[in-house]
Design a protein around this ligand. Structure first.
Ligand SMILES: *Cc1c(COP(=O)(O)O)cnc(C)c1O
Length: 376
């Protein structure tokens, strides 16, 4: 049997262990040290736009702190893109706030600005303006940030960007994660760069960053003894993990190049296949890191479903995966409000993510091509 081809697996650049070794050599085996500071500086430089970055234990903890910094409290309303991974929405519930889910638009598969504005107006009519908007850049594709940022500004609502999948993606030349009051990245095992697990919060001010770090380290007051005036969290990144991150930063742009090449590979592979479209940027204003390449299958034309293709690839030991199941269709969120039509639901029914790792070899790509052609 051939070895398994994964959707997206960790891809080390080679210098990660040097930074980890340094942490051991200096005995900074703790949630602080030169790697944490160094990784934060690397990310600040990379994201630009005067960003201030706090490295944390996960993307989820970064979103949680973003909501706290946005003053989201019990019974508040928070608007969230429906088509996403559950981690975008769970922290809203940690705060005992109510998520309101928004459908996608067809071009970027991200939050539809029209339904977003309708939801805000509805909340205002009912007497409570939403506290925050969580927009996602799915699979690395930037959302329509011009429209969404304008709506957030008009109604004066804090904009939080879930850029967990979109480090290195840009919209009109600006990096994803740098548009909102807060942005988050994930460095989980299958993300574009990985530190095994980890995340980061991008803030607009040094004061927000300091407050995030304070909350992430159990909210200790400035005293020699342990004194606390607020509830805190244990959300800081370890200095070992940050060492992996520093090494990964050295290869980030190169790896994005490989992922974009994978997307071109699929564009070519499906060019003449009626009923299959490969997801790509709608205009040159959008630059996707193509974390995952995905296709949409029009079953009426192809005569087969995404599930049939998925199972056929599985037989060839090739991993593929349906698109994210929208949050408004998840049992756990069934009582939440929803604004939109069936764009995200249709994408979920017909879409499939294909192997997209930056470490796919020519041999892997040949196997994928053969398996798909055999199926077709
Ligand atoms: C991975 C991911 C997260 C969560 O990041 P973790 O580091 O796994 O906590 C949040 N949102 C989206 C869209 C993701 O893909």
């Amino acid at each position: 049997m051939n070895t398994k081809i994964w959707l997206s697996s960790p891809h080390m650049g080679g210098t990660e262990q040097k930074y980890v070794q340094e942490a051991f050599d200096t005995n900074w085996v703790s949630p602080l040290g030169t790697n944490v500071n160094g990784f934060e500086e690397d990310l600040e430089k990379y994201v630009g736009s005067n960003s201030h970055v706090a490295c944390l234990s996960s993307g989820t903890s970064a979103l949680h702190l973003a909501l706290i910094l946005a003053d989201v409290q019990q019974d508040d309303k928070v608007i969230c893109q429906s088509m996403t991974f559950s981690a975008s929405a769970n922290p809203i519930v940690y705060q005992k706030a109510a998520p309101i889910f928004i459908d996608s638009e067809k071009e970027t598969w991200n939050m539809c600005p029209v339904h977003l504005e309708a939801a805000i107006k509805d909340c205002i009519t009912k007497g409570k303006k939403p506290k925050a908007i969580v927009v996602v850049h799915l699979y690395g594709m930037p959302a329509k940030m011009k429209e969404i940022a304008a709506i957030a500004a008009t109604y004066d609502i804090t904009l939080i960007e879930d850029a967990a999948e979109a480090i290195g993606s840009t919209y009109k030349g600006q990096k994803c994660g740098a548009f909102g009051a807060f942005g988050i990245f994930s460095f989980n095992g299958n993300k574009i760069i990985t530190t095994s697990s980890g995340g980061a919060l991008v803030c607009k001010t040094a004061a927000s960053k300091q407050r995030a770090i304070y909350l992430a380290t159990q909210a200790r007051d400035n005293a020699a003894h342990y004194q606390h005036s607020e509830i805190g969290y244990n959300y800081r990144m370890s200095n070992i993990v940050a060492g992996i991150g520093r090494g990964q930063m050295e290869v980030l742009d190169k790896h994005i190049g490989y992922r974009r090449k994978n997307n071109q590979f699929y564009q070519a592979l499906f060019k003449d296949v009626a009923g299959i479209t490969v997801f790509k940027e709608p205009t040159s204003a959008f630059f996707s890191n193509h974390w995952l390449s995905a296709i949409v299958i029009d079953e009426q034309i192809t005569g087969f479903s995404r599930e049939e293709l998925r199972l056929s690839l599985e037989k060839a030991n090739i991993e593929s995966r349906p698109l994210w199941k929208p949050m408004h269709l998840q049992p756990v969120f069934k009582d939440c409000s929803y604004f939109g039509a069936t764009v995200s639901e249709d994408l979920f029914q017909s879409g499939l993510c294909l192997p997209s790792g930056s470490n796919l070899t020519t041999y892997d790509l040949d196997r994928i091509k053969e398996a798909i052609n055999n199926f077709l």
